[in-house]
Write a protein that binds this ligand. Sequence first.
Ligand SMILES: Nc1ncnc2c1ncn2[C@@H]1O[C@H](COP(=O)(O)OP(=O)(O)OP(=O)(O)O)[C@@H](O)[C@H]1O
Length: 276
Amino acid sequence: MSTDRILSVDQLTMRFGGIVAVQELSFTAERGKITALIGPNGAGKTTVFNCITGFYKPTAGSIGLTHANGSQFAIERLKDFRISKQAKIARTFQNIRLFPGMTPLENLMVAQHNTLMRASGFTFLGLIGVPSYRSAEQDAIALATRWLKRVGLLDRADDAAGNLSYGDQRRLEIARAMCTGPALLCLDEPAAGLNARESAALSELLLSIRAEGTSILLIEHDMSVVMEISDHIVVMDHGVKIAQGSPREVRDDPRVIAAYLGTDEEEAAAVMESES
Ligand SMILES: Nc1ncnc2c1ncn2[C@@H]1O[C@H](COP(=O)(O)OP(=O)(O)OP(=O)(O)O)[C@@H](O)[C@H]1O
């Protein structure tokens, strides 16, 4: 069977002093699919994200990313700014990290800084408004406006981002990541703090992003979101992979139920069932 992998994590290990946060973890993510990384608190999920997005250099192992055109990147060896710029990996954070004093539109313009800097020739050409820079700026505004519309924030474009509701800020973060044109979008608990209606809207947004061809790697505790939108799920506990498969396979796996939701398998199964 032929597969089109965008991400291959191989024998990834991350130690912090005596703590082994991730141990010899291997998994893959398919292009154009949603892959979820789940597991109980402290399982090592965010540490994996931090390795994939260049915040940490892994203690051992490799992380390969392959673009649709065949370009390959050894992420663990790339400098972190090249991971977003060249490998085209974008991420959001568990704790929202917008520029709260800037408007939503400005936040989305900052995300396109690399493109705009290139168009300005990295000099004052941008300041004096040479035509190529002006056209790049217009494109950047158009892209930002498209995303504001997409996440339902066009009418809030001029408010301070910090004044938006929590759910709006979460969607704005995703829009900001998408404005960088990522090949792989990494989302760290995007549904955290959202109500049921906002979670449903988030699921819809992520499915539409996938439908347009962007691959998604998702850490999420909200099982309704994970089970509804994931194509493939990798389950971690205590730094290692304990299971993987389709939402149904993972939901029915007793190891997952026991590890993820506690030691009482019957009670855990009931919760898992009610949330899916
Ligand atoms: N910078 C760090 N220094 C020391 N220990 C760390 C560091 N980052 C993570 N850890 C430890 O590594 C382990 C895995 O943490 P991690 O945040 O990756 O888990 P997680 O699965 O994302 O948890 P959660 O669902 O609660 O966010 C934990 O024991 C944590 O305390």
